[in-house]
Design a protein around this ligand. Structure first.
Ligand code: PLP
Length: 447
């Protein structure tokens, strides 16, 4: 049934989606895996490459999600796979806190070179995005001797206790999981599509800052934590000028500016980091997802004096900067650099946004098409309004899934279809994926 040695290069449906083998696996899963963990599309994957996922029934699906912005270099990039194989054959773990190894140091050197700003930098490695964000807050607090953390409406920063507090949306992330960590303050950010007053980035920042100064006091604030483009909240790009204004205010007030680039980092938006688009230089930057081609790794990188302010032994973790993950990261970074994947992301964005905007002109259900590089969003509304339409969004996603194209949804109102294709996706598969999505949109909006 399987093609054996022949690499699959096309979307190909052999069964309904999900097929019988996936359904059988799903039954086993239901009896073994916690129900609180759900899957967008329960097809069980057996291999993946070149932007295609092959499932247990021999179907191949086009992946426009990259496992949530992780497989930027593809699902099995040769440099990642080779690095992992070699390192796994040498040793899999020693714990960097016990007996260190070079791979960890090399990843930190790469992070210093690639992240915005040319000041002296240090890094520390972790396992997940949430862990990185949480540690950025720990570092900001020790460095400033202050406690308050400012976050924004629509923010998503993770599922640990502190990062749940930083995250805006209750269901599904926080509901029932309190009490949450104290000293977290939320203010409105900049959401151009939903900004009735059409404020500029500077105006939106000024209002956020005014609220912080009046309600918390600048001298109590350890950190402002911000996603340069909000991810789970709806792929929200703040109006130009918002991030630079916030960053200037932080610098003037001794507040640590923390960029959560867990989703936007590593070439996703057409630059190495989303902060690069406006020349914003964060004091600390949290990275994860795209860093290691699928292996679990995360980092906090930033000003040497901030990271070095923490007492000896204050940062760490058993697995943080695992040698196999570090080898994967070095392979992923090499792939991004040599393949100019930032350039590839830009081209993906240009193609997708032009095509989707053309369609948007013909249907009132698309409120907004936006994005930067290969981080692209379509926000659905009731025609003629800005009222979110979550129902049509789920139907469109479901139609794509049934046709063998993996798309994800997001947004505070659940009304955004988001595209995060691997940056190595061949142009013909991008076109085919967009065709399926656009057909689904036409179909659902003409009902
Ligand atoms: C995914 C994400 C996180 C959390 O990362 P995990 O690896 O799931 O812990 C934090 N911040 C942003 C912006 C994210 O997209």
């Amino acid at each position: 049934m399987l093609d054996g040695m022949t690499a699959t290069t096309h979307r190909r449906l052999r069964t309904e989606i999900p097929g019988p083998n996936s359904l059988a696996l799903h039954q086993r899963r239901t009896d073994a895996v916690a129900a609180g963990l759900t899957s967008t599309l329960p097809v069980y994957i057996t291999s993946a490459e070149g932007g295609l996922l092959t499932d247990a029934d021999g179907n191949t699906l086009i992946d426009l999600g990259s496992g949530i912005a992780v497989t930027n270099v593809g699902h099995a990039a040769p440099a990642v796979v080779d690095g992992v194989r070699e390192q796994a054959g040498l040793f899999t773990h020693t714990c960097f806190m016990v007996t260190p190894y070079e791979g960890y140091v090399r990843v930190c050197e790469e992070l210093a070179a690639l992240t915005p700003g040319d000041h002296a930098k240090r890094s520390v490695l972790f396992n997940s995005g949430a862990e990185a964000v949480e540690n950025a807050v720990k570092i900001a607090r020790t460095a400033t001797g202050r406690q308050a953390v400012v976050v924004f409406d629509h923010a998503y920063h993770g599922r640990t206790n502190l990062t749940m507090a930083l995250t805006a949306k209750s269901l599904p992330y926080k509901h029932g999981f309190g009490p949450f960590a104290p000293e977290v303050y939320r203010v409105a950010g900049s959401y151009p599509f939903r900004d009735a007053e059409g404020r500029t980035g500077e105006q939106a920042a000024a209002e956020a800052i005014d609220r912080v100064e009046k309600q918390i006091g600048a001298d109590a604030v350890a950190a402002v934590v911000v996603e340069p483009i909000q991810g789970e909240g709806g792929f929200i790009e703040p109006a130009p000028g918002f991030l630079p204004a916030l960053s200037r205010w932080c610098a003037a007030n001794g507040v640590v500016f923390v960029a959560d680039e867990v989703q936007t980092g590593f070439c996703r938006t057409g630059e190495w980091f989303a902060c690069d688009h406006e020349g914003v230089v964060p004091d600390l930057i949290a990275t994860a997802k795209g860093i290691a081609g699928g292996l679990p790794l995360a980092a906090v990188t930033g000003k040497a004096e901030l990271l070095d302010s923490v007492h000896a032994g204050g940062l760490g973790g058993t697995y943080g900067g695992n040698p196999v993950s570090c080898a994967a990261a070095l392979g992923a970074i090499e792939t991004m650099r040599e393949g100019d994947l930032a350039g590839a992301a830009k081209r993906i964005g240009e193609t997708a946004i032009a095509s989707l905007r053309e369609l948007a002109a013909t249907t009132g259900a698309i409120g907004d098409v936006r994005g930067r590089g290969a981080m692209i969003a379509i926000e659905f509304v009731k025609p003629g309004t800005t009222e979110p339409d979550a129902a049509i969004t789920s139907r469109i996603a479901a139609a794509c899934h049934a046709a063998g194209v993996v798309v994800l949804t997001c947004g505070t109102y659940g009304n955004v279809v988001r595209l995060l294709p691997p940056l190595t996706l061949p142009p013909e598969l991008l076109r085919e994926g967009l065709d399926v999505l656009e057909d689904a949109i036409r179909e659902e909006t003409s009902r």
